[in-house]
Design a protein around this ligand. Sequence first.
Ligand SMILES: Nc1ncnc2c1ncn2[C@@H]1O[C@H](COP(=O)(O)OP(=O)(O)O)[C@@H](O)[C@H]1O
Ligand SMILES: [Mg+2]
Length: 264
Amino acid sequence: MTGISVAFGGVSALSDVSLTVEPGQVHGLIGPNGAGKTTLFNVACGLVRPDEGRIVWNGSELRRLRPSRLTRLGISRTLQGVGLFRGLTVLENVMVGAHRHAKAGFFSALFAVPTSDKDDARLRARAMTALEELDATGYATRYPDSLPYPVQKRVALARALVADPELLLLDEPASGLGEDEMHELGDLIRTLSGRMSVLLVEHHMDLVMRVCDRITVLDSGEQIAAGTPAEVQANPAVTEAYLGDEVDVATDAAALAAADGREG
Ligand SMILES: Nc1ncnc2c1ncn2[C@@H]1O[C@H](COP(=O)(O)OP(=O)(O)O)[C@@H](O)[C@H]1O
Ligand SMILES: [Mg+2]
């Protein structure tokens, strides 16, 4: 993404932001609340059309990126929060994510139309494999509302993975997770980067610093830093931007100290 600018009703949310997720890398996008992270994420998903700038994917410019075309382009995403279909089981929710590879199966799953049993069986198998990777096969027949929040988040991630994307977009995947779950999520993201690129929007600094190859920092819609985790951490502009966000900084500093204690 190059030179992305977005304004909402005349108020600038992003101003001339550029970011490239390199193949096989985990790219972190951080910044205080209201920095424009979700807006940039939504530009990458086709949910927000930028006023200026270009989005290039696999060598060609995406002029009219629409969310419905994302999966076919090899891009999957999870949104801030969970966003599962309440009326579908866990397995069905994950099957919905697979429509890049499915033909009739997707619709038969949703509407119980008896179409091709073979497609349906293949789709089910793919969905179960994705659930297995997230340690969630045991929840396949449950409905999302009956599950703890962290499990719902895992199901949402399984739904993004079932399409076997080349690029995975994650908006605050660690929100609402405990320390151990966050650590597991970090390990999972590192594993996934072996077969896909990841754009990770997060405000948990310790997670971002641990799993990202490169990091872009936003503040008030402006790109204030970019580089490796070490470079970003050493950048005074970043520390300054986070001073307005004292609660988060305190929490993350405590988490970092705890993590250091464990590892050291
Ligand atoms: N749909 C919208 N309409 C109007 N203003 C918005 C909208 N989405 C975001 N904003 C504004 O854009 C700025 C960036 O928000 P956001 O991208 O959600 O930040 P972040 O995810 O970093 O917390 C904020 O000032 C927010 O109020
Ligand atoms: Mg956000």
